[in-house]
Design a protein around this ligand. Structure first.
Ligand code: FEO
Ligand code: CA
Ligand code: CA
Length: 747
């Protein structure tokens, strides 16, 4: 997810910071000074207004017109970021935030979006999910509204939350919390269960409004909206109309049916919402004899994207009935046509994109931006827009040993596009034409962006897959990246651009396939950019590889957003604070900072804080997942280091890496710990920096279907145990965080 400059004025400020940072002053102190000064100015304005009102009061009491002149001006207190007290690690089934902050559930699975849809009973009997909040809230963005309800980027007291509903909490085939008795775990699945499970996926838009100091959703707002795996979506960009996306649903290859497994997000500089389709392949099945039925290169593609023949689908939705909406989950070549216009053999090629939606306007068709490539997308983060220059969109592919990508627009940024008349047409302008690159990182701390195009000789000559054209390269971006020898990473999750200096941060959440002595094609030895392979104990269970993850960052070379080279270092290594500081806890994390499996990451464009969220299974014997606040330095502020590993053959594997400046208590601090079993995700704020919305995904996810009738055996009862909603089944939910003194979040 990314928070680009949706206000023209902030873009100006932040570019100004960048040019200052190029001088010899320490970058952090410049950023802090700038941000503090900005707040100081805001504080002054408030103080002045208060003083004037106070003097008017005096005047009304007969104090005379000189009162303004004689009222003393209090000395403003500069804002200090990360001044809060760190939240301890915790296994409690609550949301914990620092003293002085309040966190409240706002919008949970099943909440009604329409007056005609009854309140959620949360007992498995609810229906009508097309008009309710979906499940597994994930990436999320805030879009301001004016008091009158018109789009207004600076609107801080009324706005829209657009969010992804990634998946469901499952056991075997069933999303058991959605059904009265936990649902069916054998095939065929009943249509009513399938319809409900499908409908809780996709996206939602919900209006939120502040009254006094309290935020609430607005039921029946005209902006409220659900998008599901059945919503009609346009294919845009180079793949539109290509033979690879011809289906029975769209014989012209111009549309897909819906979007699924939406994970990270992005907010474009023109105010649209971007959603990444992540683990979409697993929802589809393919017959055990489909390779022979196809007999062409599509088998290579399907295997590379995780759908080998005979693969069972996650939920068995293809068995829901004879209707085409169930048939579409079966990828097998069963039709007689030569082009796939009578079956769903090409259906998988319509999934795996960055999807763009205008959150303010439901009459505008949603579009899949195929120019950005097809893989397991997470967030989409824009470079800081500069007038007259191209934009970059940074992205990752979240699977073990997959790649980091960027897209560079053909169009150059025009300031007027920050507030366009037609946001989707502006998306057409920037996102349908450009170049897709993949990252190759070298051991000396440099890297290259390699264009994925037919002009690349390595792509032309690739023996494992014969690419036909650019559309083929984009649909099979993973294969193209293989062809050019891109660097395999430890599961790239979210990325974000530091608005102060343009550097790009990527979370690499963990990788169980990193080992000093690899065997088989899926295992890799540690390398400079993914330098750790170790064992972490979780109770008596050994977790091998890079179980705690790290955060890498890039600084673009000549050409800025359009650069083809960069430098990199590792900003932070996740670790337990007690782990060996020479091999594992390389960032010297303390008990107030230690974390595992970074996933969500976004810089606040308002405070400059880098928010880091975890989706962890390695450290969860000690703590639930969390969110931390950070004030990073910059690429190259640390030191080169060499890690030595003893190989099975009796030799030494020396891995050089670059470790960013180690954090202090003032630059990295735990801000929040979530309920049992939850992942913390979705970072969004109002543009005054005073309200933060985040998502609590899948609390209680380890609850067994066998215990569905006994709430005392649910591993979590959040948010019901916090006083929110009916029933005791755990629910994914958006929470709202405010500071009790009205200050900005993270101060
Ligand atoms: Fe949906 Fe990679 O997290
Ligand atoms: Ca451990
Ligand atoms: Ca994620």
């Amino acid at each position: 997810m990314n928070k680009p400059n949706d206000l023209a004025i902030s873009a100006t400020d932040l570019n100004d910071i960048d040019s200052n940072a190029s001088h010899d002053n320490h970058f952090n102190s410049i950023l802090n000074a700038r941000l503090s000064r900005r707040n100081w100015l805001r504080g002054s304005a408030v103080t002045a207004a208060t003083a004037v009102m106070g003097s008017m009061g005096l005047s009304a009491c007969g104090g005379g017109s000189d009162a303004v002149a004689i009222t003393p001006t209090p000395t403003p207190t500069p804002e200090k970021l990360l001044a809060f007290t760190a939240v301890p690690k915790s296994l409690a089934d609550v949301v914990s935030v620092p003293a002085g902050y309040t966190a409240t559930a706002l919008y949970a699975l099943g909440d009604s979006l329409r007056a005609a849809t009854p309140a959620y009973k949360n007992d498995g009997s609810d229906t009508d999910f097309d008009n309710r909040a979906g499940d597994h809230h994930d990436g999320m963005e805030y879009y301001g509204l004016s008091a009158a309800g018109a789009p207004l980027a600076s609107g801080a007291e009324r706005g829209l939350l657009a969010m992804n509903h990634e998946a469901t909490t499952d056991e075997k085939l069933s999303s058991h919390f959605l059904h009265v008795n936990g649902g069916t775990t054998t095939l065929p699945r009943p249509a009513a269960e399938v319809d409900k499970e499908v409908a809780v996926h996709g996206l939602s838009v919900v209006e939120v409004r502040k009254t006094g100091s309290a935020w609430a959703t607005v039921n029946d707002s005209a902006f409220n909206r659900r998008v599901t795996p059945l919503t009609d979506i346009e294919i845009a960009g180079p793949v539109r109309g290509n033979a690879l996306v011809v289906t029975k649903y769209s014989p012209t290859g111009t549309k897909t049916r819906g979007t699924i497994n939406n994970c990270g997000t992005g907010k474009s500089p023109w105010g649209s919402y971007l959603s990444g389709e992540e683990n979409w392949a697993g929802y589809f099945t393919r017959s055990a004899t489909d390779n022979a039925a196809r007999g062409d290169k599509s088998v290579v593609s399907l295997n590379r994207y995780g759908r080998s023949q005979g693969g069972a689908s996650r939920h068995g939705w293809e068995t829901g009935g004879s209707d085409d909406k169930y048939a579409r989950w079966n990828l097998s070549k069963i039709g007689a046509s030569s082009n796939g216009s009578d079956d769903y053999r090409n259906e998988l090629n319509g999934m795996g994109y960055i999807v763009e939606m205008d959150p303010y306007d439901k009459t505008k068709a949603i579009r899949k931006r195929t120019a950005l490539g097809r893989y397991a997308h997470e967030s989409a983060a824009f470079s800081v827009p500069a007038v007259g220059q191209q934009l970059a969109v940074y992205m990752g592919d979240d699977s073990r040993n997959e790649y980091i990508y960027k897209f560079v627009t053909t169009a150059v940024w025009a300031a007027a596009d920050a507030n366009p008349a037609d946001r989707m047409a502006t998306g057409d302008k920037y996102l349908d034409s450009g170049k897709l690159y993949v990252a190759k990182l070298a051991a000396d701390g440099t890297g290259q962006w390699i264009e994925l195009a037919m002009s690349n000789a390595l792509i032309q000559a690739y023996s494992a897959y014969k690419f036909a054209d650019l559309a083929d390269v984009l649909v099979n971006a993973r294969l193209a990246a293989d062809a050019v020898g891109a660097t395999k990473m430890d599961r790239p999750e979210w990325c974000s651009v530091n608005p102060a200096n343009g550097e790009i941060y990527y979370t690499l959440t963990n990788n169980s396939n990193r080992t000093v002595n690899p065997s088989g094609s899926s295992q890799l030895a540690p390398d400079s950019a993914n330098p750790r392979a170790y064992t972490d104990m979780k109770g008596s269970s050994a977790q091998n590889g890079n179980p705690n993850g790290h955060i890498i960052r890039f600084k673009e070379g000549t050409g800025a957003a359009a650069a083809t080279s960069f430098t990199w270092d590792v900003y932070l290594f996740g670790a337990e604070s007690g782990a060996d500081a020479s091999k594992i806890n390389l960032s010297n994390l303390t008990a107030d900072q230690d974390f595992s499996s970074p996933d969500g990451l976004a810089f606040s464009p308002y405070t400059g804080i880098c928010w880091i969220q975890t989706d962890d299974g390695a450290y969860t014997d000690v703590t639930n997942c969390m969110m931390l606040a950070a004030i990073p330095g910059k690429v190259g502020d640390g030191a080169k280091s060499t890690l030595n590993y003893a190989t099975a053959a009796g030799g030494n594997l020396a891995v050089d890496t670059f470790i960013g400046k180690k954090p202090t208590a003032d630059t990295l601090k735990r801000f929040l710990v979530g309920p049992v079993g939850s992942e913390i995700t979705g970072i969004s704020e109002t543009p005054d920096g005073k309200t933060m919305f985040i998502n609590i995904q899948h609390p209680g996810e380890n609850t067994s279907l066998a215990n569905i009738g006994d709430p005392s055996k649910y591993t979590s009862q959040w948010p019901a145990n916090a006083g929110y909603g009916a029933g005791k089944r755990p629910r994914s939910a958006t929470i709202v965080i405010t500071k009790n003194d009205g200050g900005r979040i993270g101060s």
